[in-house]
Design a binder for this molecule. Structure first.
Ligand code: FDA
Length: 389
C-alpha cells in the first residue's frame, strides 16, 4: 500500500495551491481528481482569461455564517503573492475594472503554471481517479479505483456543486459530515435570478437588453451591469445580489437614480415630446417602450400629470421585484454555504475535532463576490492548509 504525508482530494484551484505549499515544505503529497484533467474551472473562468484575483480583496467581500473566519488566510496569502507567482512564470496580466485582474493570454497559462509548481515540488498527481471509501485509524486510508493509499493528513478540496456537467459534486460535504463536521445550508450563488407572472413576461420580452444599475438585497448594494434574459435577470449586478438573496425576499433595482428630476425637468422643457421618446433618451429604447406602455398613457409628456411621472420615477429609482427562484447549480458560478467554518481553525483550515482533516476552497462556507474573490479564497485557504498539513 502506498503511503503519503498528505492526500488532497480535488485538483482544482484550492487543491493545486495546497499541494504546492505542502510539497515545498518537503511533504510527500498525492493530489487526486476524478476528472480527466486538473483545474477545469480555472480553464473556463473569466471567459477563458481567468479573473485570478482582485486587487481590493477584503474580508467583507466574502459571505459566511462566520464572517471573520476568512480574515487570517486572506492576510497570509495575498493577491500580490499570486501576482508574484505569475510574474515568476512570465505570465502577463492586466486590470480590467473594479480591481479585477485577468491574464493577458489564456487561463491555460495559470493551470500550466500551477502544474509546473506541483512538478517542482514533487507532487504525485492522479486524474481520472475515483475515491470509493475513506476511513481513519492511526492514519487516513483512502480507497481509490486504482488501489489504497494512507496518509497522516487528508485535505477536502473538491469544491461545490456548481456546474455539475464539469464534474462538480458534494463529495467534500459528504465526507465532512461523515467525520462529524457541521455544514451550513448550501445554495446556488452568483447565479441568474428567475421571475414569473407579469415581471417574468416583461423580462422575457426584454431579453438581451442591458444597462448599468444599482442592485440591492439583504443590505448589500452593487453598481454594475444588469442583463434581461428569457428567464429573468442576469449580469454582474444581479449575480452579486443573488448571493445575498433568499427565497421569498425581494430585490431593489435603481435604474435611473436621478429619474424624478430628469422626468419633470423634461416635461417643463419639452411638453410636446412623446413621453416614450423622452424615456428612450434616458434608458435603452426597448426598456423605455415597455415601461411607457405599462405605466404611462400614450400622450405628450406635457399632458401627463406630475403624479404619474413621479410614480414612474419611483419605479426607476427603486424597482422592487420578487424573484421566483434562481437558474440553479447548472448556471451558478459558485455554491454558497458548505462546511461550517466554526468547526475549522482559521489559521490552518484543519478540523478542530478531527486531527489531520482539512477543508479548503469552495467546499467551505466562504463565498466571495464576483470579480476574482473566489479564486483568491481558493489560493489563500489552499496555501495556509498546505503550510500545516
Ligand atoms: P474547484 O471546483 O476548482 O475544484 C474542485 C476539484 O475537485 C475539481 O477538479 C473536480 O473535478 C474535483 N472533484 C469534484 N468531486 C470530486 C470527487 N468526488 N472525487 C475527486 N475529485 C472531485 N472565480 C473567480 O475568482 N474568478 C473567475 O473568473 C471565475 N470564473 C468562473 C467561471 C465559471 C463558469 C465558474 C463555474 C466559476 C468561476 N469562478 C471564478 C469560481 C471559481 O472557479 C471557484 O470558486 C474555484 O474554482 C473554487 O476552487 P476549488 O478548488 O475549491 O474548487
Amino acid at each position: 500500500m502506498e503511503s503519503f504525508d498528505v492526500v488532497i482530494l480535488g485538483a482544482g484551484a484550492a487543491g493545486l495551491m495546497c499541494a504546492i505549499s505542502a510539497g515545498r515544505r518537503g511533504r510527500r503529497v498525492l493530489l487526486l481528481d476524478h476528472a480527466d484533467e486538473p483545474g477545469k474551472k480555472i480553464l473556463i473562468s473569466g471567459g477563458g482569461r481567468c479573473n485570478f484575483t482582485n486587487r481590493e480583496v477584503r474580508p467583507d467581500n466574502f459571505l459566511s455564517d462566520n464572517p471573520h473566519f476568512a480574515r487570517s488566510a486572506l492576510a497570509r496569502y495575498r493577491p500580490e503573492d499570486f501576482v508574484a507567482l505569475l510574474q515568476r512564470h512570465a505570465i502577463g496580466w492586466h486590470e480590467k475594472t473594479l480591481g479585477q485582474l485577468f491574464c493577458d493570454g489564456s487561463a491555460r497559462q495559470v493551470v500550466a503554471m500551477l502544474l509546473a509548481e506541483c512538478a517542482a515540488a514533487g507532487i504525485v498527481l492522479r486524474c481520472g481517479c475515483r475515491v470509493t471509501d475513506i476511513s481513519r485509524g492511526d492514519r487516513y486510508r483512502i480507497e481509490t479505483g486504482t488501489g489504497s493509499v494512507t496518509s497522516s493528513s487528508l485535505v477536502l478540496a473538491t469544491g461545490g456543486l456548481s456546474i455539475p456537467k464539469l464534474g462538480a459534486t458534494g463529495f467534500s460535504h459528504d465526507v465532512a459530515a461523515r467525520f462529524g463536521l457541521a455544514l451550513t445550508p448550501i445554495r446556488p450563488a452568483l447565479v441568474p435570478l428567475t421571475f414569473g407572472g407579469d415581471d417574468g413576461a416583461i423580462m422575457h420580452a426584454l431579453s438581451g437588453v442591458s444597462l448599468p444599475v444599482v442592485a440591492a438585497c439583504g443590505g448589500a448594494r452593487f453598481g454594475e451591469a444588469l442583463l434581461f434574459t428569457h428567464r429573468g435577470l442576469s449580469g454582474p449586478a444581479i449575480l452579486q445580489v443573488s448571493s445575498y438573496w433568499r427565497q421569498g425576499e425581494s430585490i431593489a433595482l435603481e435604474l435611473l437614480p436621478d429619474a424624478p428630476r430628469l422626468l419633470l425637468q423634461r416635461k417643463r422643457a419639452r411638453p410636446r415630446a412623446e413621453a416614450r421618446t423622452v424615456l428612450a433618451e434616458l434608458l435603452p429604447a426597448r426598456l423605455a417602450q415597455a415601461l411607457a406602455e405599462r405605466h404611462l398613457p400614450a400622450l405628450e409628456i406635457g399632458n401627463i400629470p406630475d403624479r404619474l411621472l413621479r410614480q414612474l420615477a419611483g419605479l426607476l429609482t427603486a424597482w422592487r421585484l420578487t424573484p421566483s427562484g434562481t437558474e440553479g447549480y447548472a448556471k451558478a458560478e459558485v455554491t454558497g454555504g458548505g462546511i461550517d467554518t466554526r468547526s475549522l481553525s482559521s489559521r490552518t483550515m484543519q478540523s478542530e475535532k478531527v486531527p489531520g482533516l482539512f477543508a479548503i476552497g469552495e467546499a467551505v462556507d466562504v463565498t466571495g463576490w464576483l470579480g476574482g474573490y473566489n479564486f483568491q479564497w481558493a489560493w489563500a485557504s489552499g496555501w495556509v492548509a498546505g503550510e500545516a498539513a
